[in-house]
Design a protein around this ligand. Structure first.
Ligand code: MGD
Ligand code: MGD
Ligand code: MO
Length: 762
């Protein structure tokens, strides 16, 4: 087995741009590493194009007028990862016990290749053994039927198609629960909660066309160069038009600094770069509310002056009057905020904030783009609402070139929510489902990710079914979770590759291999297509054409149906077999449940650029209780949820440029200059000195949650880095062991992964 070398780690500033030759070189290295066939090259040409397949990496929209190659370095890695020629067969499991595999790194587990057979865990030998699909479904059914539905969790990770997601959510409700946590619970749930309360929709209001009409972009807490690189094309076009891009990020992320378009031969040949951010503010982790409060303070002040002088107001007072509520109270809070507090909490000087405010005040159309840097905080929902407050001040929602633009994570994470993967009754048309399928749907709120973790630890969760993802690795408190997992009566994991979650069996355990989205999915009626929803609410068809990794794989819809038929009484209205035979029938069922969003679903499936599901807030129709857009003042200036203390740091857990969530593609983080290791602790040079440490020293982090529980991560290399004082950076998921389950966003329960209170131990 090929183990990538992780010795000789090296950290040295990276001088190149995002994209550019480094990106092409990286793609050229991946393809041989995965030992891919020429087929992969063919598939890359179909990626993100009409009639092609929707990339399995990020959720950035796929434009109608696409580039010759509509994929990025990260998308190429994801495709190669799925189409690798490597295989993890039953013979592999004959040679390795789970105890042994638990000592392997995440990288080595997945790098071994695609799972090929359904597997059952045999506790006598501590090994997985091949089994038949029939036996697997039968025993899963036997175990699930007698359980109290409330004690069973149905997790999914956000790449499952709309079709499979709809079936999965329906199955859970017919079985008797809404315990449907998904990766969104760890990701943009703060957006879903915050935007819903403020503007009446749980999603962003913008589309790709808005990039052509904005004149400023405010960019918070998203690492575009690594995590949504195709957006760099949109940002670059904006810069060419002179759009101001004002970035707030504790780290200087290369993709936000400069970019060379690998698709542009002239730029590549001449090493031309486009500077992306026109202002770069290294805000403290958790300091965005304060920074935005500072901007709002300038705007209010300038508005006062303008109005007093009889000039045009700086705030859009007509919009505020006609469309919003809560303005007076919000402005009261803004006026009361003190500059010393704003500067301390944001880590930015008043003059710096003034620069940003000046651009905001003089721009006609502003978009606000953001990611995990805002959502994954104790006050993550307040962060999101503060973005809305800022936009509302100048009517920057519901006009061309304006609006909140959350950058979603997984390729269909937003879509899963659209078709019923949610623990919240109010997000699902339960009455409609009851009528359509003739059953009584549960109304009791289901378990989200944090509650599911609590349930696994306290033993109230008895069975866990996961379609995709790596729950045990992605969640907080990984040590306690791994310890508790074997107490489950049943653990079922549907996956494409072996990951750490699979190494922790329950009393009965199945590991079921499925087709990936790039692979051809042939059912009784012929080859099938599926669909996904992107970050801008556009729905795209996706057709896999690659040869499946093994003849024993089933599709996700087929696996969901296989379980559903075992645990539910026959119901002619939910014909699982007919759905699996022809996915167009699942889409008809989805259209019946959601007639407005999915009108003419099958006919519109392959609309170039996708078909838009619509957005009331974008039309300035506010589906809030007050029927207005809500100014909602934050409860304080810091998003961290804990007080600063001597020796306590704010740890941000980060993705590298060489991973997709818990999937580690490699040990380089090119843009941050890290080579050959992930055991890095990014720290300000002055903090290193003040703590009596030195560069390269190996230290441990301990959680400083104040609950008396020891959580520790050893072996981190102290690395001086341009990061605000008092803040630390280290990689996810290796540092999840430091995160208490209870350290989460207050209203959305998103684990607060961007400000974990820690101390440094020698
Ligand atoms: N290649 C690749 N693509 C991906 C993923 C991947 O792992 N690899 N993951 C996918 C998923 S599921 C998601 S959710 C997205 C994640 O994409 P991002 O939203 O970019 O998430 P992170 O990589 O966690 O990086 C968060 C960024 O926020 C900054 N940050 C941290 N704390 C703060 C703060 O308090 N304030 C501000 N202003 N900034 C802060 C960090 O420096 C970093 O630049 O990407 C998706 N796309
Ligand atoms: N500390 C910290 N924790 C975090 C975060 C953070 O920034 N910091 N980010 C959070 C976020 S934003 C997210 S979204 C979660 C991610 O949490 P998850 O979505 O649970 O994790 P992934 O790493 O995306 O899942 C990878 C696994 O999915 C399986 N897989 C891949 N493709 C397919 C497929 O087509 N079908 C099926 N069935 N399985 C497939 C593979 O077996 C692979 O091992 O992590 C969260 N956790
Ligand atoms: Mo995510």
């Amino acid at each position: 087995m090929a183990k990538q070398k992780s010795d000789d780690p090296e950290v040295k500033p990276f001088k190149g741009p995002a994209g550019g030759w480094g990106s092409l070189r990286s793609v050229a290295e991946i393809l041989p590493r995965e030992r891919v066939s020429p087929e992969v090259i063919r598939e890359l040409a179909r990626q993100n194009k009409p009639e092609g397949f929707a990339c399995v990496s990020c959720a950035w929209p796929k434009p109608a007028d696409h580039h010759p190659a509509e994929f990025c370095e990260e998308g190429a890695k994801a495709t190669a990862w799925e189409l690798t020629s490597r295989r993890t067969t039953p013979a592999f499991f004959e040679e390795h016990t789970l105890s042994e595999l638990r000592s392997w790194r995440d990288y080595d587990l997945e790098q071994h290749g695609r799972l090929t057979h359904p597997l059952r865990y045999d506790s006598a030998t501590d090994k997985y053994v091949a089994c038949s699909w029939q036996d697997a479904f039968a025993e899963i059914g036997d175990r699930l039927r007698p359980l109290d539905p409330k004690s069973v969790v149905f997790y999914s990770s956000g790449r499952m198609s709309l079709e499979a997601s709809y079936m999965y959510g329906l199955m859970a409700r017919m079985y008797g629960n809404q315990n449907l946590p998904d990766s969104s619970n760890m990701c943009h749930e703060s957006t879903s909660v915050g935007l819903k309360a403020a503007i009446g929709v749980p999603v962003g209001t913008t589309q790709l066309a808005d990039f052509e009409q904005c004149d400023a972009i405010f960019f918070f807490g998203h690492n575009v160069g690594s995590n949504a690189p195709r957006m760099l094309h949109d940002l670059r076009s904006c810069r060419k038009r002179g759009v101001e891009i004002i970035t707030f990020n504790p780290l200087k992320e290369r993709g936000l600094e400069r970019f060379t378009d690998p698709q542009n031969p002239f730029e590549m040949a001449t090493l031309r770069e486009t500077a992306i951010s026109t202002q770069y503010h290294q805000v403290k982790a958790g300091g965005d509310i304060a920074a935005m409060m500072g901007i709002a303070k300038f705007l209010v002040e300038w508005n006062d002056t303008a109005v007093a002088n009889g000039e045009n107001p700086v705030l859009d007072l007509d919009f505020i009057k006609a469309h919003t509520s809560g303005f007076g109270e919000f402005v009261g809070v803004v006026r009361a905020a003190e500059w010393v507090d704003i500067e301390r909490e944001s880590g930015l000087a008043k003059a710096e904030i003034e620069q940003a405010a000046r651009v905001y005040a003089t721009s006609k159309a502003v978009m606000a783009i953001y990611g995990m840097g805002l959502t994954q905080h104790v006050k993550g929902v307040e962060n999101v609402r503060m973005v809305v407050n800022l936009l509302l001040l100048r009517g920057n929602i519901g006009r061309p070139g304006t609006g909140p633009t959350p950058v979603r994570g997984h390729s269909n994470v937003q879509g899963q929510r659209t078709v019923g993967i949610t623990e919240k009754t109010e997000l699902v048309p339960v009455d409609k489902l009851e009528e359509q399928y003739g059953f009584t749907a549960p109304r009791e709120k289901g378990l989200d990710t944090v509650e599911a973790c609590r349930g696994v630890i306290d033993g109230s969760v008895k069975a866990f079914v996961a379609v995709g993802g790596n729950f045990l690795r992605a969640v907080p408190e990984t040590a306690a979770m791994e310890e508790a997992w074997p107490r489950l009566d049943l653990s079922v994991q549907v996956a494409t590759k072996l990951n750490r979650n699979h190494l922790f069996p329950g009393k009965v355990t199945y590991l079921l291999p499925c087709l990936g989205r790039i692979e051809q999915d042939v059912q009784a009626s012929g080859p099938q297509a599926v669909s996904v929803e992107d970050s801008t609410s556009c729905i795209h068809g996706s057709r896999g054409k690659a040869k499946p990794a093994s003849e024993f794989l089933l599709s996700e819809p087929a696996i969901v149906a296989g379980i559903a038929k075992q645990i539910l009484p026959p119901n002619p209205k939910a014909d699982w077999d007919a759905w699996v035979a022809d996915y167009a029938l699942i889409r008809d069922a989805i259209e019946e449940t959601y007639p407005l969003i999915f009108k003419d679903y099958n006919q519109r499936l392959f609309t170039p650029g996708g078909f838009w599901k619509g957005n009331k807030a974008a039309e300035r129709i506010w589906q809030t209780p007050s029927r207005k857009a809500e100014f909602l003042a934050p409860s304080g200036l810091s998003a961290t949820g804990f007080a600063d203390e001597q020796g306590r740091y704010r740890l941000m857990t980060l993705r590298s440029n060489d991973q997709f969530n818990t999937t580690i593609y490699g040990y380089h983080d090119r843009f941050r200059g890290v080579k050959g290791t992930r055991d890095i602790l990014f720290m300000h040079a002055a903090d290193i000195a003040a703590a009596g440490l030195r560069e390269g020293q190996i230290v441990a982090l301990e959680s400083d949650a104040g609950d008396g529980k020891l959580r520790r991560r050893d072996g981190l290399i102290v690395t001086p880095y341009a990061i605000p004082r008092g803040c630390l950076g280290a990689y996810y998921p290796e540092c999840n062991v430091l995160m208490p389950v209870e350290h989460h966003a207050e209203e959305s329960h998103v684990p607060a992964a961007k400000s974990v209170p820690v101390r440094i131990a020698a």
